[in-house]
Design a protein around this ligand. Sequence first.
Ligand code: IMP
Ligand code: MG
Length: 175
Amino acid sequence: MAYHIEKLIDEREVIEGIKKVAEKINRDYQGKSIRLVCILKGGVFFLTELSKYLEGNITIDFMSVSSYGAGTVSSGIVKIIKDLDESIEGENVIVIEDIVDTGNTLSYLLELLRDRKPASVKLCTLLDKPSRRTKDIQADYVAFTIPDKFVVGFGLDYDQCYRNLPYVGVVEFDD
Ligand code: IMP
Ligand code: MG
């Protein structure tokens, strides 16, 4: 099906939104050590931008889970593809996600991380699509709340493409 990408949040706006989130985190953590747990692959672009503005000792680790197939609708099944390299016991963990949509992925993941006895776990997402939520999940830090549209760019993909776009755009299907 033919489609095009409509710009939703431009490059400058994305960076400004991320800086504001970093300021909030800096205020809340006051230079404490933070373990950023980035959810691959979508969270990577947000992680690298956000972490530039964070203070204190920042360490990073990665986890890869899959909840979507090739389409635009969640399958509801969460699978761990790659686990963390390091223990998070006693750590102040902030999970870095590209988007919270239904909340399926995060409700599963947050429970799994809490079982590993971190000092704290918070959720930080670039985008929040609250209208689609089916699980009781709320992010502690949200850069942008967006309407119920399928978006790409700044880490988000459509069939693995467009993650590299420096802005966030909506995939509009032409009919
Ligand atoms: P959830 O489990 O439904 O909250 O979905 C979380 C994952 O679905 C995200 O980490 C994304 O990888 C993917 N996802 C959800 N909405 C979108 C979107 O609009 N564009 C691209 N990926 C999305
Ligand atoms: Mg994805």
